[in-house]
Ligand binder design. Structure first.
Ligand SMILES: Cc1ncc(COP(=O)(O)O)c(C=O)c1O
Length: 362
């Protein structure tokens, strides 16, 4: 019996992929599986997503691509590394067969030299910084980057992309500026490239910029990227449940958890939930979060500890250790829990730790 369990539903993932497909038509769906498939377990989720309709996968780092190599029937053939590759890893990167991102001019010679040595052609996507100020060549540097790549026959420029900084923001002004810069960049790109601008929030908000590919993480995992603004019909694929480890009677004079920040004023009972911030369950939910118990919310009392926290079970005098509570799922969606924790859906998902057992179900 697991103390806590992450259950990941393939049918939900598959329905979400179908929903994204309805949104984007025959454009390429690049499903984003970085950070252990947003906590869902990249094995087998990466393979499932390809089998169920995604065209490609994207990861943040080369190491994540290398880890996928043995999990996919065609290795890294359909994997895009969104971040740059340090020169000392260029050879391994090229040899992996993954599609690599060029985000700085200085990366081009190292990748091309490595491809020459490995005697392979390396597919690359050029990343353009239109306003995120993270990775990517400046729009003014695009013509030079395009010619530098074209000058090296072992590199094949397959795509170009940019990333929006404020796609989720109801104020569209900054995103519109980025999109205008991107429009100007496109004039300097060779014809026939795969171009991609939008992640999940942008795909819902700016469908006119779906271009030839979309990089979708949240949508695929069934999380509404715009927090209720225009929800597409999605199903959250992940649930986190736990079994009550103990139940304690508390009363006036007792303090609950570190700091004794919650002190009951009358007799009641708390249940001990065996999940803590070491599992990625935010400590900031102390005193503000809740779990679902028998279909009703049971509020967190006192501070979330490293390995467990307490919830108020006073309304259920017959509650017993071993009963199940839901931390993420119906009544406690990833978006609702993120809002209560003062963070975002991506952080809740990607921090779900290795100590939690993942069960992948059809
Ligand atoms: C460059 C890039 N593209 C796409 C995504 C996917 O974003 P989302 O999960 O909002 O679809 C991310 C996520 O952080 C990203 O960094």
């Amino acid at each position: 019996m697991q103390r806590a369990l992450l259950t990941i539903s393939r049918s939900a993932l598959s329905e979400n992929v179908a929903e994204v497909r309805r949104m984007i038509g025959d454009r390429l769906l690049i499903a984003v599986v970085k950070a252990n498939a947003y906590g869902h377990g990249v094995d087998p989720v990466a393979k499932w997503l390809l089998e169920d309709g995604a065209d490609r996968l994207a990861v943040a780092y080369l190491g994540e691509a290398l880890a996928l190599r043995g999990l996919l029937p065609d290795g890294c053939e359909r994997v895009l590394v969104l971040g740059g590759v340090p020169p000392e890893h260029a050879e391994a990167a090229v040899a992996s067969g993954a599609t690599l991102t060029v985000g700085q001019l200085s990366e081009i010679p190292a990748l091309a030299d490595a491809a020459d040595r490995v005697r392979a052609t390396c597919r690359v996507h050029l990343k353009v910084d239109t306003g995120m100020s993270r990775l990517g060549v400046a729009p003014s540097g695009v013509p030079e980057a395009v010619s530098a790549i074209a000058a090296r026959p072992s590199l094949r420029l397959e795509g170009a992309f940019t990333h929006l900084a404020t796609a989720e923001d109801p104020d569209e002004a900054y995103a519109r500026q980025q999109l205008a810069r991107w429009d100007a960049v496109k004039a300097h790109l060779p014809a026939g490239l795969l171009t991609h601008v939008l992640a999940s929030g942008g795909a819902v908000r700016f469908p006119e910029y779906l271009e030839s590919a979309v990089r979708a993480g949240l949508l695929v995992y069934g999380i509404d990227p715009l927090a209720g603004l225009r929800p597409p019909p999605l199903r959250q694929a992940i649930t986190l449940t736990a079994r009550l480890e103990a139940i304690r009677e508390v009363g006036p004079g007792s303090g609950v958890s570190y700091g004794a920040t919650w002190r009951p004023t009358s007799a009641g009972r708390v249940g001990v939930v065996p999940v803590g911030y070491a599992d990625g369950y935010p400590r900031s939910l102390s005193g503000s979060g809740w779990v679902m118990f028998r279909g009703e919310p049971a509020p967190i009392r006192g501070r979330v500890c490293m390995d467990r926290f307490m919830v108020d079970l006073t309304p259920w005098p017959d509650a017993r250790p071993g009963e199940t509570v839901t931390l993420l799922g119906d009544g406690a969606s990833v978006n609702e829990v993120a809002a209560a924790a003062g963070t975002i859906n991506h952080e809740i998902l990607s921090r779900l730790g290795p100590r939690l057992v993942r069960r992948h179900v059809e």
